[in-house]
Design a protein around this ligand. Structure first.
Ligand code: BGC
Length: 251
């Protein structure tokens, strides 16, 4: 059966990415376009960017899937760590479906990227507990037990030192503090050990921008539990968002 192509959108703190995706194969049908996240990144400003992506990609299909950097429940955004505070309690699915005149599905960005990585990447056919983490501006988390997602976990906000983990082990923390791979990986290692102790996973998959640099910090990660870089890298977000729309996922 021919599958329906879906517009996958990945909303991040610095960029909003979009591509038309075949959700059954994970293939990108178009190039992946990135537009800078507007400031302030309000609901209307982000809608305008998604409209532009839809136009640039000449999308004529019915479904749009969005990975969003917040807790998203029943189509409503419930948190705003790295995005404008006006998002809190915003019924994104209802508003964007009306505005874009499409079937819109929205889930957390790490959950979306994790879905793609579990289906087409390093998590493929992996049983047991796999914890997918995205290390970008913040830290997103998506645990999968025997391939099944536990949505809306916020492991990036686990208490760590004086604040929360994403203030130390995210890629933006490394950049902001101009840390060497060694110093930053020390924080990441401590953080991973903490999650490892709490949850005893079988595998960690590291996604986000730093997954491509894994070779630079791999030797500082001393956990017994395997830690691997994601294989889909930056495309995971748009692919997973399209998969969520394909499955009509409402979390
Ligand atoms: C947010 C998460 C998100 C992560 C990655 C965190 O600050 O609270 O919901 O998944 O950043 O974007």
């Amino acid at each position: 059966m021919e599958s329906e192509n879906i517009l996958g959108i990945d909303v991040g703190a610095t960029g909003i990415k979009g591509a038309i995706v075949n959700p059954k194969t994970g293939a990108l049908i178009t190039e992946r376009i990135k537009i800078k996240t507007p400031k302030p990144a309000t609901p209307d400003a982000i809608l305008a960017v998604i409209r532009e992506l839809k136009r640039k990609l000449k999308f004529t299909g019915d479904k749009i899937g969005i990975g969003f950097p917040s807790v998203v429940k029943n189509g409503t955004v419930l948190s705003a760590a790295n995005i404008d505070k006006s998002w809190i309690n915003y019924p994104i699915v209802e508003k964007y479906s009306k505005a874009l005149r499409k079937e819109v599905y929205v889930i957390n960005d790490a959950d979306a990227a994790g879905l793609a990585e579990m289906k087409f990447g390093k998590g493929k056919k992996k049983k047991g507990l796999v914890i997918f983490l995205t290390l970008g501006t913040g830290i997103g988390s998506a645990p999968f037990k025997d391939g099944k997602l536990l949505a809306n976990t916020e492991f990036g906000h686990l208490k760590y030192k004086e604040s929360v983990a994403e203030k130390y082990a995210s890629n933006s923390a490394r950049e902001l503090k101009k840390q060497s791979w060694k110093v930053w990986a020390g924080e990441l290692n401590t953080y991973l050990k903490m999650i490892d102790f709490y949850l005893s996973p079988d595998l960690f998959i590291i996604g986000g921008g730093v997954s491509k640099d894994f070779i630079s910090y791999k030797r500082y990660i001393t956990l017994k539990t395997p830690v691997e870089p994601a294989s889909l890298q930056n495309a995971a977000g748009v692919i997973g968002a399209a998969m969520a729309a394909d499955a009509r996922m409402i979390i």
